[in-house]
Design a protein around this ligand. Structure first.
Ligand code: GAP
Length: 460
């Protein structure tokens, strides 16, 4: 009997084989820490975005979505502190020339050491005192630790003139902050209100990626709530819980989620907490962050832009710079967590080594909602008509090759919650058999009811 343990390698193989995620620029040998989403991965990602939009923008009062440019005035990144402080502590092995993050070396050596609370000097001393070896060559001969800015730079115009440097945004948040006065005015809203955004962010990460967990280009779903100073800590506590509930609704069970309160805070934060998910092979990893950013961002933008960003309370005429509570979600990490959670190998018949690989995805997240299967190719035309009708409402696929059993298994492997089989009886009774992925139970219902049957079960 093959080993049915859930591992990241098996999940990566399924993702590549079944069109979820491919290595970036694969025919050229790839590009480290880049991945492309295939047809099914793109659907899954879009379903997560839709769910986020529904929960954060549509259902919440006073919530607005923006779509800001990736390239922003470079002064934004001076004001935000990223030019000055958005860096990783790096050191090189003098023997094999490999480069590492000092905090990762320490955490891998002893996770209880909490490297994120140490200064550069303390990290260097710790590595020396504990004789931590180079993970590549095993020697102990490192350079000093230097701060390495994570922002990607590019140049505007034709010359590589330093004056024309612009940055690929390392977080979405600043696009929301600089639009605070625009949204406040154009939406005629009042505090507290929120601005959300889904979009790409870029970071020059040097550590090996663990599949899509750490990449140099990734998507964030960020949500910024602007509030009166003093209301921030309640909102901070609220959004921690709201985030956990959102993940549970997506399909991540509470026992695989935990909060991690930060000891060492980013340059902008008064309080910070991650939600972590228990990934197979990798262990606990951050998928979300909630940050109380105080008035740091808007004060800095007011200072650097010279524009007044004060809020005037319409009832009391009080003036103040709003505080911001941020709730940020890594889209790629969320998708990876959903795939990891859903992956399962069920032993059907141990003697025959028959194992069913199935993705138990929340039906609302499944890339394909139903597979339409004619029992025989002779029934293909009618089955295809059902496929076309259902396709007006959701993503469906048509599959006529191989035995029904094999077709069920193919659908299970990509998490399709329903298989709709059109058989010879369907010609006379006008009914089809619907087989459910997880229970494998079957019901027979009229063709005219199939759309509603599925639609009611794939809602987020
Ligand atoms: N605006 C605040 C901010 O960007 P962050 O904790 O640095 O906070 C937010 O990033 C989320 O973005 C993380 O919780 C994580 O899910 C995701 N993320 C960060 N770096 C990433 C990377 N290199 N690859 C993939 N996802 C990443």
């Amino acid at each position: 009997m093959n080993n049915t343990e859930k591992t990241m390698d098996k999940i990566i193989a399924l993702c590549k084989g079944r069109g979820f995620i491919f290595a970036g620029s694969e025919i050229y040998g790839g590009l480290a820490n880049t991945w492309d989403y295939g047809p099914l991965g793109t659907r899954l990602k879009n379903n997560v975005k839709d769910a986020w939009r529904k929960r954060f923008i549509q259902e919440r009062r006073n919530s607005y979505e923006v779509d800001a440019d990736i390239l922003m005035n470079p002064r934004v990144w001076e004001a935000s502190g990223h030019v000055q402080s958005f860096s990783d502590p790096l050191l090189d092995c003098k023997e094999c020339k490999m480069r590492f993050r000092a905090d990762n070396l320490i955490d891998d050596f002893d996770p209880s050491a909490h490297a994120d609370g140490l200064t550069k000097e303390q990290m260097f001393q710790y590595i020396k005192d504990h004789h931590i070896p180079c993970p590549n060559c095993g020697k102990h001969n490192f350079t000093d630790i230097r701060e390495f800015n994570l922002m990607f730079q590019t140049y505007r115009g034709v010359t590589n003139d330093a004056k024309s440097i612009i940055y690929l945004r390392p977080e979405n948040a600043q696009g929301e902050y600089v639009n605070y006065p625009n949204v406040l005015r154009s939406m005629r809203t009042k505090l507290p209100f929120s601005i959300g955004q889904i979009g790409k962010a870029f970071r020059n990460e040097i550590t090996p990626g663990n599949f899509t967990f750490r990449t140099i280009e990734f998507e964030q779903m960020e949500f910024q709530t602007f509030c009166k100073p003093g209301d921030d800590l309640d909102l901070y506590a609220y959004f921690k819980e709201f985030g956990k509930k959102f993940f549970e609704d997506l399909g991540l069970p509470a026992e695989n989620l935990r909060f991690h309160d930060h000891e060492k805070l980013a340059h902008y934060a008064k309080a910070a907490c991650d939600i972590e998910f228990l990934f197979p092979s990798l262990g606990w990893g951050e998928i979300n962050g909630t940050h109380d950013r105080t008035d740091f961002d808007l004060s800095r933008h007011q200072e650097y832009s010279g524009q007044k960003l004060e809020y005037i309370d319409p009832f009391t005429a009080e003036r103040y710079i709003p505080y911001i509570v941020e709730s940020t979600y890594g889209l790629d990490r969320t998708v990876l967590a959903l795939l990891c959670q859903a992956y399962d190998e069920e032993v059907v018949d141990a003697e025959k080594n028959d194992v069913r690989v199935v993705l138990h995805l929340n039906p609302a997240m499944a890339p394909i909602k139903a597979a339409v299967l004619p029992l025989s190719k002779k029934l293909g035309e009618k089955a295809m008509e059902i496929r076309d009708e259902l396709a007006k409402s959701f993503m469906v696929e048509y599959d006529e090759t191989g035995s029904i059993g094999k077709r069920y298994r193919r659908a299970d492997e990509i998490g399709t919650p329903f298989c709709v089989t059109y058989d010879f009886d369907s010609e006379t009774d006008g009914c089809v058999t619907i087989r459910e992925r997880d229970s494998m139970e079957q019901v027979r219902i009229p063709i005219s009811e199939v759309k509603d049957y599925i639609a009611s079960r794939v809602q987020f």
